[in-house]
Design a protein around this ligand. Structure first.
Ligand SMILES: Cc1cc2nc3c(=O)[nH]c(=O)nc-3n(C[C@H](O)[C@H](O)[C@H](O)COP(=O)(O)OP(=O)(O)OC[C@H]3O[C@@H](n4cnc5c(N)ncnc54)[C@H](O)[C@@H]3O)c2cc1C
Length: 338
């Protein structure tokens, strides 16, 4: 039996105080943490239940025209919030492309950012895994690697980050607000998740004792032209093999600015700013998006079972770009992916 302490926090300060300690964990929806615990992959000494912190359960407008999503707002509440649907439909779509309604009713925004990889070897305590047990090896390199990375991997780890929501947050250039024992800080979304390098056990740059309090969305939401295309082995209840979030603004029929982020291909949501700059001033055509795809996938490398992802990603970038032009894909209630 694993003994552990349980405490319920009703304020950010209480949570941060109680959360101090290497094996202390905040618990929100519990949809990932409890699985990790049951699989014997994590061994909490103390669970700090943050569900009583009411101030983190709101969605509020920011003076700059952006939106603040509380860390404890559930994924479903966020996806169906009228302001999110109207101004950030790309975010709604990515959330609704993930998991199931039941899971999204428990899963929170903060927890979504911190969910762990779905690498089969990571979830098997009998397997070596550098992410779970640093220095033990990465069987995925020579093993079952269909779900694994084609970009940004290292010889220590080829796992991918599985979140859908975070693909939109990367494209939207969200900002993560956190509070820890040394005060509060903001982390640009591009700096939040990290590549595996020599430390694959670290998924992100959040301190162990820091609490995510909110995610800020900048004013630009790409409501007019956006799309999320998620390709997976089953059409529901499965993680992405490749996914693409696309948003752009048009001026006189030409792309004025663009964002493209990929999921399922790396240890982080993958974004290449040079590809977005390349699209500026170009017509939204298959040729333009194919050119952007070349820049995004430069250096991509496949393994025995996932080399197909390179061509799949290229085609998905082009298709998602074209779907973002199609008015029938922009209306509320349009399918999250075709
Ligand atoms: C069967 C299944 C299918 C799924 N399919 C998908 C999918 O297709 N796409 C997808 O994107 N996701 C999918 N998910 C993952 C799901 O979205 C995540 O499990 C969920 O978002 C995690 O949120 P949570 O609130 O439950 O986090 P928890 O499980 O409570 O916590 C996860 C981690 O975050 C930490 N944490 C939680 N909140 C905070 C906070 N505010 N500050 C600091 N640390 C915090 C916890 O300590 C823990 O380490 C699936 C999950 C399941 C179980």
């Amino acid at each position: 039996m694993n003994n552990f302490h349980y405490t319920k926090a009703s304020s950010v300060d209480e949570a941060v105080l109680a959360g101090k300690g290497a094996e202390n964990y905040f618990i929100a929806g519990g949809t990932n943490l409890l699985d990790l615990w049951k699989y014997d992959l994590t061994h909490p000494q103390k669970m700090v239940d943050v569900n009583g912190i009411e101030e983190l359960k709101t969605i509020t407008e920011l003076p700059n025209g952006g939106l603040r999503l509380g860390a404890l707002v559930t994924n479903n509440t966020t996806a169906y919030h009228p302001l999110v649907e109207a101004r950030y439909p790309l975010l709604s779509r990515t959330i609704l492309a993930g998991a199931t309604a039941q899971i999204r009713n428990s899963a929170t925004n903060g927890g979504n950012l911190l969910q762990r990889t779905r690498c089969y070897y990571f979830y098997d305590p009998a397997s070596p895994c550098n992410k779970r047990n640093p220095g033990s090896g990465c069987p995925a390199v020579e093993g079952q690697n269909r779900l694994h990375a084609i970009l940004g991997f290292s010889d220590k780890c080829i796992a991918t980050f599985p979140s859908d929501m975070c693909v939109a947050l990367a494209a939207l250039e969200a900002v993560v607000r956190v509070t820890g024992p040394n005060g509060s800080r903001e982390i640009a979304f591009a700096d939040f998740h990290r590549l595996p390098g020599d430390r694959p056990e670290l998924d992100n740059t959040l301190g162990q004792d820091e609490l995510i309090t909110a995610i800020d969305l900048p004013p630009r939401g790409y409501a007019e032209h956006h799309n999320y295309l998620k390709l997976r082995d089953r059409n529901s209840y499965a993680f992405a093999l490749v996914s693409v979030a696309t948003g752009y603004e048009l001026e006189a029929g030409m792309i004025a600015n663009a964002r493209i982020a990929l999921g399922g291909v790396a240890h982080i949501p993958w974004r290449v700013e040079a590809a977005e700059t390349y699209l500026e001033g170009k017509a939204p055509t298959e040729a333009s998006f194919a050119g952007a795809a070349d820049l995004i996938l430069a250096g991509a490398q496949g393994f025995e079972h996932n080399a197909f992802k390179i061509e799949l990603a290229r085609r998905t970038i082009v298709r998602s770009g074209m779907m973002a032009l199609d008015p029938s894909c922009q209306r509320p209630g349009a399918p999250p992916s075709l």
